[in-house]
Design a binder for this molecule. Structure first.
Ligand code: ZN
Length: 299
């Protein structure tokens, strides 16, 4: 340049060119990221899954890859973090009403802006890379980040399933977000592992406590039955006290009076008998005396 008759491009021209280049690059990247499977590079088609790093894949491609990790040349590099189907979430995507299968050809037409197959169910914005989209790894629902921010909720706006902030995964994050997402993914894996361990532990302890519980419950049953019987006794006692027998003192006194009466009667009779006996004895004495006297007199 210079001295060759040409012109030196000014700085603003260079910047414009760079911007244009960047725009084209972004457009190509969008097509790659938002319209095609990150693994097979084929056009995205339901069922679509996403990984913890926010990449989009056709489920079939992931299945193929899991069966044979060499099925796609750079598969192990792209899906290094995918070890099983549990590492991906099947997305619940809202179909774009203005999309038709014939338009899918426009992916290869670089002069034409491709029509997105999916949209945000709330804002109806197309999922074409111009807007940020997120998915929830709890239910797989996909929506624009804008909808998520505008309707703050602890449950999914689409299906009402509850979620935590760490369940929100940005789809096709920016380069500078990737590191944080990788960290979040590691944290998630650790959390799942810890939850699994906790579940196993609680299951084991539950089994153990179930054993104790059953013996406890049998003891309890025994206790219950004894309590029941004692309760029965109490009830009977109560029932008895509901119909109280006459106070013992009364019985005693009545018996006493009765016995006293009988005793008096008996004593009276005995006295009569005694007096009679005495009299008869006296009489006999008298009689004998009489007899003696008579005998004496007769002598
Ligand atoms: Zn949902």
């Amino acid at each position: 340049m210079g001295c060759d008759g040409g012109s030196i491009p000014r700085r603003d021209e260079l910047v414009k060119q760079k911007q244009k280049q960047a725009k084209v690059d972004q457009s190509i990247l969008n097509r790659v990221h938002w319209f095609s499977c990150a693994l097979s590079k084929k056009a995205l088609a339901s069922p679509v899954v996403a990984c913890g790093l926010g990449k989009l894949y056709n489920r079939d491609a992931i299945l193929e890859f899991l069966l044979d990790r060499t099925a796609y040349g750079d598969g192990d590099k792209i899906c290094q973090h995918i070890k099983s189907l549990k590492d991906v979430v099947t997305l619940q995507l809202e179909p774009n009403p203005s999309f038709s299968e014939t338009q899918s050809n426009s992916l290869t037409d670089h002069d034409k802006e491709p029509v997105a197959r999916y949209v945000c169910p709330i804002t109806m914005k197309e999922m074409n890379g111009k807007y940020r989209f997120v998915y929830l790894d709890t239910c797989g629902c996909v929506m624009s980040e804008q909808a998520m921010k505008e309707i703050p909720s602890k449950t999914c706006i689409k299906c009402t399933k509850p979620f935590e902030s760490f369940n929100v995964i940005v789809l096709n994050p920016k380069e500078d977000e990737l590191e944080a997402m990788e960290l979040a993914l590691l944290e998630k894996q650790a959390r799942i592992l810890a939850e699994k361990k906790e579940k196993k532990k609680s299951k084991a302890s539950k089994k153990e406590s179930d054993g104790v519980e059953s013996s406890k419950s049998s003891n309890k049953r025994k206790l219950d039955s004894s309590e029941e019987s004692s309760a029965k006794h109490k009830k009977q006692h109560l029932a008895a006290s509901n119909y109280p027998s006459p106070p013992p003192t009364q019985t005693v006194s009545s018996t006493h009076s009765l016995t006293a009466a009988v005793a008096a009667k008996v004593a009276e009779q005995m006295a009569v008998n005694a007096s009679r006996k005495t009299s008869s004895a006296i009489q006999s004495l008298y009689n004998t005396g009489k007899v003696h006297k008579e005998n004496f007199m007769n002598r």
